[in-house]
Design a binder for this molecule. Structure first.
Ligand SMILES: Nc1ncnc2c1ncn2[C@@H]1O[C@H](COP(=O)(O)OP(=O)(O)O)[C@@H](O)[C@H]1O
Ligand SMILES: [Mg+2]
Length: 135
């Protein structure tokens, strides 16, 4: 692993988040460069995040800016597994967090809090402090 890689705290790799029942169909369309409103019209799905990649260094102050509805909150909700991507990878300290078993967290506020606290240490933004499983 290179020196640059070891400094990354959070890595987001080609993340797509599609909301709706036909997410796979919508993903195909968005990969074909169809616009968000076209995808909505054809599949009834909303594109929340479209092929996002970024790296955040340990201790770095990283600002996520964008228009309302551009996917800022959706992105941050991935960091503590409130939601998972339709496609793509998210690494924290080089570990693929999507491989973690989150089932115990659905039944245990304590376990969920522990994970959220760890994620929040990486990313101190409002959605990380959410405790509702449905947020
Ligand atoms: N749970 C959801 N179900 C359906 N669409 C959603 C959901 N959450 C967010 N969206 C949609 O995803 C897009 C990004 O939303 P959001 O991340 O809230 O944007 P931002 O935080 O940048 O204002 C918007 O089009 C929004 O309507
Ligand atoms: Mg928001």
């Amino acid at each position: 692993m290179s020196a640059k890689q070891t400094m990354n705290k959070i890595e987001v790799k080609n993340v797509f988040k599609i909301f709706g029942a036909r997410a796979e169909d919508a993903l195909k369309l968005i990969r074909q460069q169809k616009a968000k409103d076209q995808v909505l019209a054809e599949t009834g799905c909303v594109v929340g995040v479209n092929d996002l990649s970024l790296s955040i260094g340990s201790g770095e102050i990283f600002v996520i800016m964008g228009l309302s509805g551009s996917g800022k909150s959706t992105l941050v909700r991935h960091f503590n597994r409130l939601i998972d991507p339709t496609s793509g990878q998210i690494l924290v300290d080089g570990e693929d967090i999507l491989q973690y078993d989150m089932k115990p967290c659905a039944n245990s506020a304590g376990t969920r809090s522990a994970w959220c606290s760890r994620a929040s240490a990486c990313c101190r933004t409002a959605p990380c402090w959410t405790t509702s499983p449905t947020a």
